[in-house]
Ligand binder design. Structure first.
Ligand SMILES: [Zn+2]
Length: 245
């Protein structure tokens, strides 16, 4: 692990800033100036899209590298390794871009995080048929999960389960959220920006209950997909635990 380079990032007027540490693994092929500029402009573009729905901005505060284990070929285990090795501090979250070639395809194949407001997000940087539009969409998708979004059956939503399907490159395509996930990320974004919420279990009961109703609808749209089910279980457990107190 090298020493991260960080600097005081500027505030963004009128929106809560979530500071981000951007990392690449040792398989990255370009020099630091090149990958840092590439990832920073991608994060800026993703942040602008998210900001159309939620009152938060994602701002790059640090750049760093990490060593990913060449023997790991699935995204789940690579995410576990990334969580273990990388401390997001002083930023709030760490987003890693791995160029390991041998990943097998996971549920959406391009990225992963464990759920709302978790501090690590991992994305595949090199994949045979992905280019910048797909990579931007994958980043928006994962930032959507960070703000509580689950998978949607709406084929035009950035939260459809399989992205990297060529849609991102179609002329006139604009990355957008379906109405259920748009509400969820707006509510979570509001709690982050107005109440200073930093962890999922700090969300208010009212917001969790409203999210639950949206997840139940998303689950009906995509009964075979695990994402909404996972969030429903998490929220029910949380609501039960706090109502017993
Ligand atoms: Zn997903």
């Amino acid at each position: 692990m090298t020493l991260a380079s960080c600097w005081p990032a500027s505030a963004v007027m009128g929106a809560e800033v979530i500071y981000v540490k951007l990392l690449v693994d040792e398989e990255e092929r370009t020099i630091p100036q090149a990958w840092q500029a590439r990832l920073q402009s991608r994060l800026d573009a993703a942040s602008q899209i998210i900001n159309e729905y939620a009152n938060v901005h994602f701002v790059a505060e640090c750049f760093d590298t990490w060593q990913s284990d060449n023997r790991l070929t699935d995204l789940g285990r690579t995410l576990a390794e990334f969580e273990h090795e990388v401390d997001p501090h002083p930023a709030q979250i760490a987003i890693g871009f791995s160029s390991q070639y041998r990943f097998t395809r996971g549920i959406n194949g391009l990225g992963g995080t464990r759920g709302p407001l978790r501090r690590h997000i991992l994305l595949r940087e090199s994949s045979p048929n992905t280019r910048e539009p797909e990579r931007l969409e994958a980043l928006v998708h994962e930032l959507g999960h960070f703000l509580g979004a689950a998978h949607s059956g709406n084929g035009l939503s950035v939260m459809r389960p399989v992205i990297g399907d060529g849609l991102a490159r179609r002329p006139g395509y604009h990355i957008s959220f379906d109405p259920h996930n748009a509400k969820i990320i707006q509510w979570v974004g509001t709690e982050v920006s107005t109440l200073g919420v930093r962890r999922y279990d700090q969300l208010s009961h009212r917001t969790m209950q409203r999210m639950l109703a949206e997840y139940e609808q998303l689950d009906r749209e995509l009964p075979k997909d695990p994402a909404a089910k996972y969030f429903i279980k998490m929220i029910r457990t949380r609501l039960q635990a706090t109502s017993r107190k």
